[in-house]
Design a protein around this ligand. Structure first.
Ligand code: F6P
Length: 320
């Protein structure tokens, strides 16, 4: 059979491990694999590449995705779904394995009603997809943020300043929480719980009084309960994406003013998404890729592979 694969949405450490596992397992079973470049764009513009064993050699430690990615949504374009269906037919694709987050898997779920056999693989460094206990990429991102926090402790103590570390997480505070706990941050602010600026100021002052300097970890999507901090949130870039961020700088300015101590903001940004995946992410991504091919062979569709406890199992995409 012929299996199509694409990677969509923000890139994530472990994507190449999924591609490698799918190709190796499928090839061993006598299947062929076709990769579509830059997410759904590859299916809209018939941008495809055959993937064999040589194409995936040496991919385990590589960050990003060799297939490229985009946030293109065929359902937002006139005639988009029809072009996708035409391209799948032209390549004789029997089953499609889209690897992505909410948006990519949402498109996949809609395509199943047009008769496309789809087995999705969940992906996001934010770890905010329902249906799976963990997504690959999260462990790597937490490791990067933790290392940054470790380093920031020594420089903040040396200068007797507050350091505010802004980490990724539009809607979910998992990265902030795990990296903050692992790195011994004094304050962790997450989008799920609007924070009280007075309480943050009090924590920082208490830390200074104990002879140490505070480290505050804040998710990019975290906001104060009374909305008093001005950030760049809501600005739209040239591609129409709404920008988040700016909370770190805004909070650092307020803390400097209210504590009377110097304050600096560090925005970790895309460094959390780049580079080589951790061992945990390589293993999880590999297991997801292998399970996706198993699900294709079992004739499943409209499902994604998911980690439940220690098992990788197929679950309805709608659960994500
Ligand atoms: O979904 C993962 C994520 O890393 C978010 O935490 C972040 O807001 C977003 O992607 C930024 O992605 P980009 O800069 O590619 O639009």
């Amino acid at each position: 059979m012929r299996i199509g694969i694409l990677t969509g949405g923000g890139d994530c450490p472990g994507l190449n491990a999924v591609i490698r596992a799918v190709v190796r397992k499928a090839t061993a079973s006598g299947d062929e694999v076709v990769g579509f470049r830059d997410g759904w764009r590859g299916l809209l513009q018939d941008d495809a590449v055959p993937l064999d064993l040589a194409a995936v050699r040496g991919l385990l430690p590589r960050g990003g995705t060799v297939l490229g990615t985009s946030r293109t949504n065929p359902f937002a374009l006139e005639g988009g779904p029809e072009r996708v269906l035409g391209c799948l037919a032209a390549h004789g694709i029997d089953a499609l394995v889209p690897v992505g987050g909410e948006d990519t898997l949402g498109v996949a779920a809609r395509l199943t009603s047009s008769g496309v056999r789809v087995v999705g693989v969940p992906k996001t460094i934010d770890n905010d997809l329902d249906g799976t206990d963990y997504t690959f990429g999260f462990d790597t991102a937490v490791g990067v943020a933790m290392e940054a926090i470790d380093r920031l402790h020594t420089t903040s103590d040396s200068h007797h300043r507050t350091l505010v570390v802004e980490v990724m997480g539009r809607h979910a505070g998992w990265i902030a929480l795990h990296a903050g706990m692992a790195g011994g941050a004094n304050v962790v602010l997450v989008p799920e719980r609007p924070f009280d600026v007075d309480a943050v100021v009090a924590h920082c002052l208490h830390r200074f009084e104990s002879g140490y300097s505070p480290i505050v970890v804040v998710s990019e999507g975290a906001r104060p309960a009374d909305g008093e901090l001005v950030t760049s949130t809501g600005q739209t870039d040239a591609f129409g994406h709404v920008r988040l961020g700016g909370i770190g700088a805004a909070l650092a300015a307020v803390l400097e003013e209210r504590t009377g101590r110097e304050s600096r903001a560090v925005v970790l940004g895309h460094v959390q998404r780049g580079g080589t995946p951790s061992a945990f992410d390589r293993v999880l991504a590999t297991r997801f890729g292998l399970a996706a091919v198993d699900a294709v062979h079992a004739g499943l569709s409209g499902v994604m592979v998911a980690l439940r406890g220690t098992d990788v199992v197929p679950v309805p995409i709608a659960e994500a």
